[in-house]
Design a protein around this ligand. Structure first.
Ligand code: ASP
Length: 542
């Protein structure tokens, strides 16, 4: 069975189990509650508040009585300190002090959406399987920085002519910019046409705002710390390259690797050869590491989806369905229209086989919601399945994963208009242009990690004067939309890669599944088992 098929099976199992036995399961008993911050916890059902356990987030349901729910929770030492520092004296019913670890019984009013039920067993299952997904992600992320660094230095050092780099750089950035503006126009156009924000009733809106306000305020707090675009440009030059590598600052790593690669091409005679050779072999080893990590993909991906689907459930999707559908429709149009045309007219490939060739990268993007975590896989797909040279992938892909996020930009356009519509604000033409400009910058500034687009969306909202609290409205579906926009981002980066390769005169070719399975030096099938041969074959093409 092909690796890709195994990953799909893993995804499917994750989704089904998430729906069936996740915290939002409809078949497991909903025996616990999550409390929004600020919910009053009463000592007794009659409404006495002796100890106000504000800040308790989860509790078991002991019994339900009309509008009231009796809950039980363990008071941790941290809870106790926090409550004490807030001047709350903790004593049980007989007046004795409550020690940490004691199970406390209390009451809350059964008020949606501040008190939300979930299945305790489902949560335990998620908590105990989460590590499988995290382990897989960590294995892939481990390779990202060294892979980008080694491959970019080698790629640029072997370009020979540095002018080629300038040409490719200019074209790549131009293409990124153009497609981002097209993506935003699609998003803004659709949101204006369908007006998803006008479809939410007042009650639904209040519910949504109340149930997600905690998460939104932390997004707003994070956004406040995001540096401005100009600051970001200046900070591309690392004052400490080792620090940039250690901290995984992608733009700084790219800049340093490019400069090092260029410097190597200026060295006389064969003085650069040894360094390039060593980096080249290290690069091969990194590629092999990706293949080792991908062995874990079916299980890792399953665990990641189990958590997302289990925690989100499909219920939120119904409330925000229209908004989510507009984003999805926009992403799909952009993918098939913009990228479809670019691939069809800009290269000798057809679009669907092209998508088929990067399918491993698509499922990775979808399940990790991180284009940088997907980068090693995208690179493998473009080189092995589409025959793009390593020089091109090493330049275009890391740059794309860092600055080119069309899916994110499109989503930000729709989200900004949706939130403005909910607040009943009319946006002028000028506002719409501001959205396009600020979302272009916000998508460049977004890190390629899960949820990053949501954080920089605050920038866009501020630019058009929409309250950032509105982020609360869309938080519930954000995780799911993130999967789709990340997949779009990865298709965008891959499209740019094949386009640049074609412009550089490389001969592109889609590798079929059969070829993949039969050629162990390429693709995702059989590389590990034939690792040694593959290295020998590359060193000795005859
Ligand atoms: N998760 C996205 C990515 O990695 C960024 C975002 O839109 O949040 O490409």
């Amino acid at each position: 069975m092909q690796l890709y098929t195994k990953i799909l099976i893993g995804m499917f199992i994750g989704v089904v189990l998430g729906l069936l036995i996740g915290p939002n399961s409809s078949i497991l008993p909903q025996d616990s509650v999550r409390l929004s911050s600020g919910v009053t916890v009463y000592e007794a059902q009659n409404g006495t508040v002796t100890n106000n356990f504000k800040g308790i987030k989860t509790a078991k349901i002991i019994k339900e009585d009309g509008d009231w729910i009796e809950i039980g929770f363990q008071l941790s030492a941290a809870d106790q300190l926090r409550l004490k520092s807030g001047g709350v004296t903790l004593s049980d019913k007989s007046g004795n002090p409550i020690e940490p670890g004691t199970t406390v019984e209390a009451w809350v009013k059964d008020e949606q959406p501040d008190v939300r039920r979930y299945a305790g067993i489902g949560q335990i299952l998620v908590d105990n399987t989460e590590w499988l997904g995290q382990l897989f992600l960590a294995m892939i992320k481990m390779v990202v920085v060294p892979l980008v660094f080694f491959s970019l230095v080698v790629g640029i050092a072997s370009l020979g002519d540095v002018r080629k780099l300038g040409r490719m750089g200019g074209r790549t950035l131009g293409f990124f910019m153009m497609t981002t503006v097209v993506a935003l126009s699609i998003g803004v156009g659709l949101a204006n046409l369908i007006k998803p924000g006008k479809m939410l009733s007042d009650k639904d809106r209040d519910n949504l705002l109340a149930s997600y306000s905690d998460g939104a305020s932390s997004s707003v707090a994070n956004a406040a710390e995001a540096p401005s675009f100009l600051d970001q440009i200046v900070s591309i030059v690392p004052s400490n390259p080792i620090g940039a590598l250690a901290g995984g600052d992608m733009l700084q790593v790219i800049f340093f690797a490019m400069m090092l690669g260029i410097a190597l091409t200026f060295l006389k005679d064969d003085r650069a050869d040894l360094v390039v050779d060593v980096f080249d072999r290290l690069n091969d080893a990194m590629v092999m590491l990706v293949h080792i990590a991908m062995k874990l993909a079916p299980i890792g991906v399953g665990a990641l989806l189990f958590k997302v689907v289990g925690n989100t459930g499909l219920s939120v999707l119904t409330a925000l369905g229209v908004y989510a559908l507009v984003v999805l429709a926009g992403l799909l149009s952009h993918m098939f229209f913009t990228y479809g045309l670019a691939v069809k007219f800009g290269t000798n490939l057809s679009f669907l086989p092209f998508l088929g060739a990067i399918k491993e990268a698509l499922v990775m993007a979808f399940s990790t919601s991180s284009s940088s975590a997907t980068l090693p896989v995208t690179k493998g797909c473009c080189e092995d399945n589409l025959n793009v040279s390593a020089e091109t992938t090493s330049f275009v892909l890391p740059l794309g994963a860092t600055v080119n996020m069309d899916g994110t930009a499109l989503y930000q356009g729709v989200a900004a208009i949706f939130i403005a519509q909910i607040y009943g604000m009319d946006l002028s033409m000028g506002d719409q242009v501001t959205i396009v400009v600020s979302a272009t910058l916000a998508s460049v500034g977004a890190a390629s990690v899960p949820g990053a687009g949501m954080i920089t969306l605050a920038m866009v909202l501020t630019a058009i004067g929409v309250p950032t609290e509105g982020l609360a409205l869309i938080l519930g579906v954000d995780r799911i939309l993130d999967m789709f926009r990340t997949a779009t981002n990865v298709v965008g980066d891959s499209t740019a890669t094949v386009l640049m390769a074609h412009l550089e005169g490389e001969s592109l070719k889609v590798m079929s599944d059969a070829e993949d399975a039969s050629d162990p030096t390429k693709g995702f099938e059989g590389r590990l088992d034939h690792g040694q041969q593959s290295v020998q074959a590359e060193n000795d093409p005859q």
